[in-house]
Design a protein around this ligand. Structure first.
Ligand SMILES: *Cc1c(COP(=O)(O)O)cnc(C)c1O
Length: 394
């Protein structure tokens, strides 16, 4: 794993051109709906340059947006970044920007549950057919490609079950068939993998998670290659996707500390996962940095670091014992949206019901953790007590 040596400098500097900041450290909040012009010439100039940083109309963005878009695009290594009011909005808009009735979509079986629901509940209604595939399918993806396959959607590692995908191999095969490759890259954040070097065409972030980093803003980003950026940008614009400059300000502020937060989440997460691995109650740890995680070899090859989010599987248990585990924690809070500074815990049931291309053995309960920035000895003490409560029920 090689770390991009200029990354910390990039995180601090990107998007902070004087044309956005006017010399202030953080690009200020520019709120706008209408933009007024003095002359017809000025207006014509704005119309002509509305997609390359000239103020035109609020929905096209303000310097607050342009600065953050530029920073994310450069960090991910794409040509341009569109902003959305949530990660789910980024996923639906990316898919709807490129799919039409009669098209076929290949969707990873371990996708974030609302992404699955979008395919089954909305895209199906539009006449877009989805085939789910095993995240570990690799070369086998060839057999699922149809003449009308338009998009291959990846999420690596997968939600909850954490399978790491062979992104370069899947992208290469997709491109042989003119298929657009989209990746939900939220776990890596814009700094722990290089999606465009692995052949991805559109990289999606739930910025809500680590970019914002403080659990107080919903936002999504989708970054595209030069070839796909105009379509993504214009179709997202047509769907009316826009974000509040106040939220963008907070996301941009979060971004500046992403590197140091991520390093600490990574360190704390590894420490807790190593401790869990040695507990007699634990069947295995599903953390990409561990051999027991499917696709661990791709993690080692394609990622520069992990973060604080992983799962572990218990040898046995049921709703009652898992409830005893996750309730009454001192530091871990029960909640969904990870990536903030705080530790979170979830007992996840019914995974078998959101998998159709693969099997999941639900007899062994899974617990998902997000390791925050607390002192790890306090988190371990918290988990020790959780195991005591769990063992008392079992
Ligand atoms: C949270 C999450 C999303 C959705 O993001 P929101 O901002 O909550 O809509 C999408 N993909 C992944 C992998 C996520 O974890």
């Amino acid at each position: 794993m090689s770390k991009n040596s200029q990354q910390s400098t990039q995180i601090v500097s990107l998007g902070r051109d004087k044309k956005y900041t006017k010399g202030i450290i953080n690009p200020p909040v520019f709120r706008a709906s209408t933009v007024v012009f003095d002359t017809m010439d000025d207006m014509r100039f704005a119309i002509k340059n509305k997609t390359n940083g000239e103020l035109f109309y609020g929905r096209r963005g303000t310097p607050t947006h342009f600065s953050f878009q530029e920073a994310i695009a450069e960090l991910e290594g794409g040509a341009g970044t569109a902003l959305y009011p949530s990660g789910a909005g980024a996923i639906s808009s990316a898919l709807l920007s490129f799919l039409k009735s009669g098209d076929h979509l290949l969707m990873v079986d371990s996708a974030y549950e609302p992404t699955r629901d979008l395919c089954d509940k909305m895209l199906a209604g539009f006449g877009i057919e989805t085939t789910y595939y095993d995240p570990m399918i690799g070369e086998g993806i060839r057999d699922l490609i149809k003449p009308n396959t338009k998009v291959l959607f990846l999420e690596s590692p997968g939600s909850i079950t954490m399978e790491v995908q062979d992104v370069p191999t899947l992208s290469k095969i997709a491109h042989e068939h003119n298929i657009i490759v989209m990746l939900d890259n939220t776990w890596a954040s814009p700094i722990n993998s290089r999606p465009f070097e692995m052949g991805v065409d559109i990289s999606i972030q739930a910025a809500t998670k680590y970019i914002v980093g403080h659990s107080d803003v919903m936002m999504g980003t989708a970054t595209a290659t030069e070839a796909h950026w105009p379509t993504l940008r214009e179709n997202s614009y047509l769907m009316g996707q826009t974000t509040s400059p106040d939220d963008v300000f907070l996301a941009a502020r979060g971004l500046r500390t992403l590197g140091v937060r991520m390093a600490q989440h990574h360190k704390n997460g590894l420490e807790i996962a190593n401790w869990l691995k040695n507990r007699p109650e634990v069947d295995h740890v599903r953390h990409p940095a561990f051999e027991t995680c499917p696709g661990h070899e791709f993690f080692k090859r394609d990622f520069t670091s992990a973060n604080g989010l992983f799962s572990f599987v218990l040898k046995q248990g049921n709703l009652k014992s898992v409830t005893a585990f996750v309730e009454n924690m001192q530091h871990f809070k029960m909640g969904f949206s990870w990536g903030g500074y705080e530790s979170l815990i979830l007992g996840v049931f019914g995974i078998d019901k959101i998998r159709t291309a693969t099997q999941w053995d639900s007899s062994k309960p899974l617990i998902r953790l997000h390791i925050g920035l607390e002192d790890t000895q306090d988190l371990i003490a918290d988990l020790e007590q959780a195991f005591e409560r769990y063992n008392a029920v079992k």
